[in-house]
Every structure is written in structure tokens, then in C-alpha cells.
Ligand binder design. Structure first.
Ligand code: NAI
Length: 305
């Protein structure tokens, strides 16, 4: 049982996440906060009406008051602009940084023991801002991006091979952008390497499809971006924390020397448990991976520091 979860930003991802949490997790209190007070309040009332069907006892409150995050165990940041057709995630940096700073200041004051999960894009940059502004230890600031990328990878692999995603292992990681790293060496299907199952050329096609999956969804939706996949990936992360599962999940973490990188947030494989990020796992990198991480570092430092 977790006492209190707050979701700041009750748009597509935040509202879907709230629904998923109520469906799957025992939570005493769920606070929904949005700059649009009516959206937060109305969504809260609508979600309450799931009670009769799902049977939860969670107290739900929707408002535009950031003070409602007080004493949360977990705060999820899904507030800010989302991509529309033709935009990259980085196009959102200026406006979403400001929003993330404002929310982080409140978290620091009112929910000082919380684990914070950043979802807002550009994800690695926003995770960095949250880490800096809250000053929280790095185990308690988690960016949700690579876990969604990995979920997308497994879905595409399922569609290509018919294998259950439960028989797949591995992860996509690095930046949560089209430059994410999908290294076939890291991925197995029923213990066999990805390339041995689908062949080298198909493995390359799969890599490219995963990298562009977010953009593919935006290009169809046009006025908004993905919500169900992101909410599911975020919900899995929260369940892993609440149930102290110690699962290996790639998340954006503040790096302090790991992978030769310092003072930068990027997706890396981590053990997640009730402490948040319990351990960052380092793997020996291929030349391709080293090049990709260096490129991500360069862009990060140009835009952020
Ligand atoms: P949305 O536009 O549906 O919802 C965003 C909500 O934030 C709106 O309801 C808006 O009123 C609210 N908001 C804006 N400024 C606020 C503030 N200062 N305080 C409180 N609430 C505020 O967007 P959606 O689709 O829910 O996406 C949210 C964010 O998550 C976007 O930045 C999007 O790019 C990102 N995202 C990240 C993913 C990831 O894998 N990390 C996946 C999908 C979306």
C-alpha cells in the first residue's frame, strides 16, 4: 500500500496514468493537479466514478493547487506542452523547463521525501532540471523515457516474430529521442539474440521503427502525442517502486561517472525498488554505443549547461 501519489498535469498522459493506477495499485490518496482547475476537478470526479466498478477506496482530489502535492510519496510530472505534428521533443525545452522548475520548487518544500518521476519532454533535460531544482538524492529523481522506448521495442518485436514480450529481454536506452540506442546485442528473444532471430537487415529496420515510433503516433494523432504507452510504462515504474520489485528498467538518471558521463541525465539500465533507483547498471559498450552516448552528451551540454 502506498499512501499518496500526486500527478501534476492531468492531460492525456496524466489522466490515463491516474486511471491505470486506480485500476492496479492500492493507494490511499491520489492528488491530481493541473493549471486548468476544471480539468483537474472534473477528471477527479470522473475517476471517482470508477470506484463502483473497480472497488478502490482511494481518496481522489483534483485542483489547480500545487500545494496539494503535500507529503506525497510519489510525484509524477506530466505537466507541460506535448509535441504536435512536425515538432521534435527538444522544441518543448524552453516552456517546459519553466514549468518543471516551478513544480520542483514546490516538491522540494512540500514533498521533500518523495520519489519524483519526470515524464514531461524533452525528458532527459526535464529530469535534469528536476534533479537540480529539488536537490534530491539521485535515487529519488527518475525520468520515464527509455522504459517506454523498450516497451515499444518489445511490441514491434512481437509484431515481427509473434513471440510473447514476456520471453524478451533487453532494453533501449540513451536519450529519449530519435537518437535513442537500440543495440541488437542487448536484446534476446527466448534466449536467442535478436539478429539470430530476425536477421541483420530486419534488426536494423526494427531499430529505426522504434526510434521513430513516438513521431509515427504524433503524425497520425496530429494534435497530441501518445498517452496509453507512456501511462503504462509509468505505471509499471510506480508498481516496481511500491512493491519493491528490484526490476531492471531503463530510466533517465543523473550520471556521476557511469559510462564516462558526468552531470547529465540519460536513460540507463537501473534496478528499481522502493528506494527509486537502487543501482545503475553499467554494461560494456560497443563502438556504436559509445559514439551514440558521446553525441547525446554533446547535445545535452550544448542545450542545458
Ligand atoms: P497534454 O497537453 O494532454 O497535458 C498536459 C497538461 O499539463 C495539460 O492539461 C495542461 O493544462 C497541464 N499544464 C500545463 N502547464 C502546467 C502547469 N504549470 N502546472 C500544472 N499543469 C500544467 O499533454 P500530454 O500528452 O499529457 O503530455 C504531457 C507531457 O509528457 C508532454 O511534455 C509530453 O511531451 C510528455 N510525454 C512524455 C513521454 C515520455 O515517454 N517521457 C511520453 C508522452 C508524453
Amino acid at each position: 500500500m502506498v499512501n499518496k501519489i500526486s500527478i501534476v498535469g492531468v492531460g492525456g498522459v496524466g489522466a490515463t496514468l491516474a486511471f491505470t493506477i486506480l485500476n492496479r495499485l492500492p493507494v490511499n490518496e491520489l492528488a491530481l493537479i493541473d493549471i486548468d482547475a476544471d480539468l483537474a476537478k472534473g477528471s477527479g470526479l470522473d475517476l471517482e466514478d470508477c470506484r463502483g466498478s473497480f472497488g478502490f477506496s482511494t481518496k481522489i482530489k483534483g485542483s489547480n493547487r500545487l500545494s496539494d502535492i503535500k507529503n506525497s510519496d510519489i510525484v509524477v510530472i506530466t505537466a507541460g506542452l506535448a509535441r504536435k505534428k512536425g515538432m521534435t521533443r527538444l522544441d518543448l525545452l524552453k516552456i517546459n523547463s519553466k514549468i518543471a522548475k516551478e513544480i520542483s520548487e514546490k516538491i522540494k518544500k512540500l514533498a521533500k521525501n518523495a520519489i519524483v518521476i519526470a515524464v514531461t519532454n524533452p525528458l532527459d533535460f526535464i529530469t535534469y532540471i528536476v534533479a537540480k531544482e529539488t536537490g534530491f538524492p539521485r535515487n529519488r529523481v527518475i525520468g520515464m523515457g527509455s522504459s517506454l522506448d523498450t516497451s515499444r521495442l518489445f511490441n514491434i518485436l512481437h509484431n515481427s516474430t509473434g513471440a510473447s514480450t514476456l520471453s524478451m529481454q533487453g532494453f533501449a536506452y540513451g536519450p529519449h529521442s530519435k537518437d535513442m540506442i537500440v543495440e541488437s546485442k542487448r536484446i534476446t528473444i527466448a534466449t536467442k539474440s535478436l539478429e539470430s532471430v530476425v536477421g541483420k537487415s530486419k534488426a536494423k529496420t526494427i531499430e529505426e521503427r522504434v526510434q521513430l515510433r513516438g513521431a509515427e503516433i504524433v503524425s497520425v494523432l496530429k494534435k497530441s502525442s501518445a498517452r496509453f504507452g507512456p501511462a503504462a510504462a509509468c505505471s509499471r515504474l510506480i508498481e516496481t517502486i511500491v512493491y519493491n520489485k528490484n526490476e531492471l528498467i531503463p530510466v533517465s538518471a543523473m550520471l556521476k561517472g557511469e559510462y564516462g558521463l558526468n552531470n547529465i541525465c540519460l536513460g540507463v539500465p537501473c534496478f528499481i525498488n522502493r528506494k527509486g533507483i537502487a543501482k545503475i547498471i553499467e554494461v560494456e559498450l560497443t563502438k556504436k554505443e559509445k559514439t551514440a552516448l558521446k553525441k547525446a552528451e554533446k547535445l545535452f551540454k550544448e542545450c542545458m549547461i
